[in-house]
Write a protein that binds this ligand. Structure first.
Ligand SMILES: [Zn+2]
Length: 415
């Protein structure tokens, strides 16, 4: 089972100084910054997934490329751009279908996309697809189910299959070197199975399931079960955008050989509780928001409800006491008290005392052997700014990848 990490310009600044919170003046974003595969001695994933839409800057959102970055990407190709030349990291390209999900048709033609993959030196390339945003398993079993399928869903599936056929034909005619992957879109187990059967008929041997992002594990399993019934023995499956990674192993029995997920990274700063992964479970990060980047706190300051100097004092106090704590020079209670005093100011609540006590008592960053925890200590546990939050996300990717390997090792030993 291969784990692909989707790129959305997630790198960290190597020159960032955690004590002074300053960077080198000469730093150039991306050029001087480091990707996860440059931080750890061994890449924490098997491959990277890069969307054409992200490179092109379509649809906005995070991870947009600047004009200079885009030009450089197109000039040097995917391996040199991500500095993957001497690393065992595969590259997969897709269109980034979520960026144009609201449009009637994808903004790209199959030949444009295939040229992009080939010119940029990708190892794998996904056909142009159009996401169906709904899931209705009940339509498979209801007598009138087929009549209830909205025209839009059907036409998106038909269009995706049509574009997949043109894509494969074009790649074959041009003798392109990357391995083409057909994308299956559907709204139920039977409709996904239909898409898989059609893609195999067209000639695909590697098929990716799109639209799985909002699905629960049981729904994914139901789709895979039916799809694996029509799967020819040589067809391999990829799962696009899996959010519940803890169940990935369950998918391997259905012909799934790869998947991609941003979940371990995003949990570090999007989740209310599970921010820091460990083999035994996740911890909540210690919230010390930057005053200048916290709109809620800034509003309170402007409204005169909070004195800026007091907030600033507490913020700095938290950072000082946590570094002291990491050196063994402050107690758990001192640290928790300070964190809660600041929390009351920025959020009006102090409900984290118990979880913080547990984090500080267990000190999980001291048990982690990853390069980030070893290098920055307690800073990895502080929920504050992209440099700390992203590093915690990289740590999560590292832990997740190790867990996945360990678990898959066990599965293959048993079988
Ligand atoms: Zn770590």
């Amino acid at each position: 089972m291969r784990f692909f990490f989707p790129d959305s310009q997630d790198f960290v600044d190597d020159t960032f100084d955690f004590d002074s919170e300053t960077r080198s003046d000469t730093r150039v974003r991306q050029r001087d910054d480091r990707y996860p595969h440059e931080i750890f001695s061994k890449p924490p994933y098997d491959g990277m997934l890069v969307s054409k839409a992200v490179v092109d800057g379509i649809g906005g959102g995070s991870g947009k490329y600047s004009v200079a970055q885009r030009q450089r990407f197109l000039r040097v190709g995917v391996r040199e751009y991500f500095r993957l030349e001497n690393r065992q990291v595969a590259t997969m390209g897709d269109c980034g279908a979520f960026t144009y999900v609201k449009e009637e048709r994808p903004p790209y033609s199959p030949s444009q996309v295939a040229d992009f993959y080939e010119d940029c030196g990708f190892d794998y390339g996904l056909s142009v697809d159009h996401v169906i945003l709904s899931y209705r398993a009940d339509l498979d079993t209801r007598l009138d189910g087929l009549n209830l399928v909205p025209e839009d869903w059907r036409s998106r599936q038909d269009l995706t299959l049509e574009l997949a056929e043109q894509f494969l034909e074009y790649c074959g005619r041009k003798q392109y070197r990357f391995i083409p992957i057909g994308v299956a879109q559907g709204w139920s187990p039977a409709s996904y199975a239909h898409a898989v059967a059609e893609l195999q008929r067209i000639g695909y041997k590697y098929i990716a399931f799109g639209g799985f992002v909002p699905l629960k594990t049981n729904d994914i399993l139901a789709c895979l079960k039916l799809a694996s019934a029509v799967r020819s023995p040589t067809t391999e499956f990829h799962l696009l955008g899996i959010t519940r990674c803890e169940n990935v192993e369950a998918f391997s029995g259905f012909g799934v050989v790869s998947f991609d997920s941003t979940s371990p990274l995003r949990k570090a700063f999007k989740d209310d509780k599970n921010n820091y992964y460990t083999p035994k479970g996740a911890y909540t990060a210690l919230r010390v928001p930057q005053i200048d980047a916290n709109p809620e706190l800034l509003r309170k300051i402007t409204a005169g409800k909070v004195k800026q100097e007091i907030a600033r004092d507490l913020e700095q106090c938290c950072l000082r006491i946590l570094t002291k704590f990491d050196r063994g020079e402050a107690s758990i209670e001192e640290a928790v008290e300070t964190l809660c005093a600041y929390e009351e100011v920025f959020s009006g609540e102090t409900d984290h005392a118990e979880v913080y006590r547990r984090v500080l008592a267990d000190k999980p960053w001291k048990d982690c052997s990853c390069e980030i925890c070893k290098r920055i200590g307690i800073h990895v546990m502080i929920f504050r700014g992209a440099e700390r939050n992203r590093r915690r996300g990289f740590h999560n990717i590292y832990v997740f990848n190790r867990q996945l390997r360990a678990h898959l090792g066990r599965v293959s030993c048993q079988s």
